[in-house]
Each structure stands twice: as structure tokens, then as C-alpha cells.
Design a binder for this molecule. Structure first.
Ligand SMILES: [Cu+2]
Length: 262
């Protein structure tokens, strides 16, 4: 279940942040929170709840229907339609009470969905931020130290990851089914999504917005590494980048000689 207290304080923090920074550019501004609630677990829970609810309702309706069909079936010598009509009060009650029960259940599920949506839009402050530029047909990630990867997003286990996304051509959608999240990336705008990789493993990333003839080939993966392994990779790639950017070493001065000018 959702941690409602955490959710509530997250919302308050987000509202306070909005109030405190009225001038924040809408696109740069990302509501943040100090609590980490993984929305993926919440979505899974909610999905199971929906499936259980509709299954129970389906079975209930089927059983009642079967009972009524059998009970009031036409038999030899028994004319149908002989049951006493309901009183007005009973008819209204039969219509209204079950509707309210099922509607209350629907609204309860919908309200949980709205609450989860707020969790999903509030990003934990303790996070790794990576920039994403999508394009036909690749995902290009840039890390805080300038390291760049394509179609492979390496992240450490146990830290929320925020992607700030844009696109260099058309609309794409960065979809990570295992993390139950997707978001459009588009030219001229910065959108964001976050996810919480908790243990090492590999997960699919795929484009979820038809973007051109090679759309279905636009896939990649999230590689979640143990933190030490991730840090080693990050440092190593960072220093490679520094070396490549360093100016070429100046040629050594001409060999000094001991000869004194004549
Ligand atoms: Cu695409």
C-alpha cells in the first residue's frame, strides 16, 4: 500500500517549493521531495487491485444472472412473467444501492491512481540526473561528468534516477516497462521522468510513440549495476573523456647541451 504520510508530506513539500519559486521556468522546474516512494510498486499494486475487483464483480454478476435465469426459466405448465412486481421503493433501492457500492469502489481506485500520479511527478531530491536526447532512432544519454552513452543507460542500484529529456527531431516516448513508466520526449521542450532501480539487472527501454519507419527498432536497455561497479565505470569513462579533451602535450624543449657558447 501507499505510504500516505510520506505521500502527503511529499505533496506539501512540492507545493511549498512551487510557492517559493514562482519565477522558476516551468520547464526547468521539477517538483522534488525528500521521501522516496517507488511508484512502480504502487502501480503494480493498483493494477492487481483493479484485476481482482473486476474479476470479483464479473463473477458476482454471472452468478446472480445464472441464478435468476434458472429460477425464473419457463417450464411446461408454468407461464413466465408471473412474479409479483417490485414496489417502487424496492426498485429504486435495487438500482441505487448496488450502483453506489460499485461506484464507491471505482472512485476509491481512481483516487489511488491520482495519488500515485502525484508520487510519480515528485522526484526524490537524492537522485542521479542524466540528460536524454532522443532522435531517429537512438537514445543518447549524457551524465553529469559529460560521459555519453547511446542506447544503454547505466545506473547504480539503490538510487533514484531522473531523466531530463528532449528530442532532436520528432516526438519519441521513453518507455521502461519494468519500471512502469514512460514519457514523451519532444523537440523544443524538456520533459522528465524518474525511476527507482533497486537491484542490479537489465531492463528494456523502447520507443512508445510512433516516430518513423524504424520506430520498432528504437530500443535500448537500462543496465543497473552494483554501486561500486557503477562508480568505477563512471570514474573510468570520466577520466578517458578528460584525457581526450586535454591539449596535446607541448613538445619537450630542445635537448640542453653542456656546451657553453664559444
Ligand atoms: Cu522513437
Amino acid at each position: 500500500m501507499l505510504d500516505r504520510k510520506g505521500l502527503f508530506s511529499g505533496l506539501i513539500a512540492a507545493l511549498a517549493a512551487i510557492a517559493a519559486s514562482p519565477a522558476a521556468a516551468a520547464e526547468k522546474y521539477i517538483p522534488s521531495t525528500d521521501v522516496i516512494i517507488d511508484p512502480a510498486a504502487g502501480w503494480t499494486h493498483l493494477w492487481n487491485e483493479v484485476v481482482i475487483d473486476i474479476s470479483l464483480m464479473g463473477v458476482l454478476f454471472a452468478v446472480v444472472l445464472a441464478y435468476l435465469i434458472i429460477k425464473y426459466r419457463r417450464r411446461p405448465g408454468v407461464e413466465g412473467g408471473g412474479a409479483a412486481p417490485l414496489t417502487a421503493g424496492a426498485a429504486i433501492a435495487w438500482a441505487v444501492i448496488p450502483s453506489f457500492i460499485f461506484l464507491a469502489d471505482d472512485l476509491f481506485i481512481a483516487a489511488n491512481g491520482w495519488a500515485l500520479w502525484n508520487v510519480q511527478r515528485n522526484v526524490p531530491t537524492d537522485r542521479l540526473e542524466i540528460k536524454l536526447e532522443s532522435g531517429m532512432y537512438s537514445w543518447d544519454y549524457t551524465y553529469p561528468n559529460g560521459v555519453h552513452t547511446q542506447n544503454e543507460l547505466k545506473v547504480p542500484a539503490g538510487k533514484p534516477v531522473l531523466l531530463r529529456m528532449t528530442s532532436r527531431d520528432t516526438i519519441h516516448n521513453h518507455y521502461m516497462p519494468d519500471f512502469k513508466i514512460k514519457e514523451d520526449s519532444m523537440p523544443g521542450r524538456i520533459t522528465y521522468l524518474w525511476f527507482y532501480p533497486q537491484k542490479p539487472g537489465k531492463h528494456l527501454v523502447t520507443c512508445n510513440e510512433y516516430c518513423g519507419i524504424m520506430h520498432s527498432y528504437m530500443s535500448g536497455q537500462v543496465v543497473v549495476l552494483p554501486p561500486e561497479e557503477y562508480n568505477a565505470w563512471y570514474e573510468q569513462e570520466g577520466s578517458k573523456l578528460k584525457q581526450a579533451a586535454a591539449p596535446a602535450p607541448t613538445p619537450a624543449p630542445a635537448a640542453a647541451t653542456d656546451k657553453k657558447p664559444a
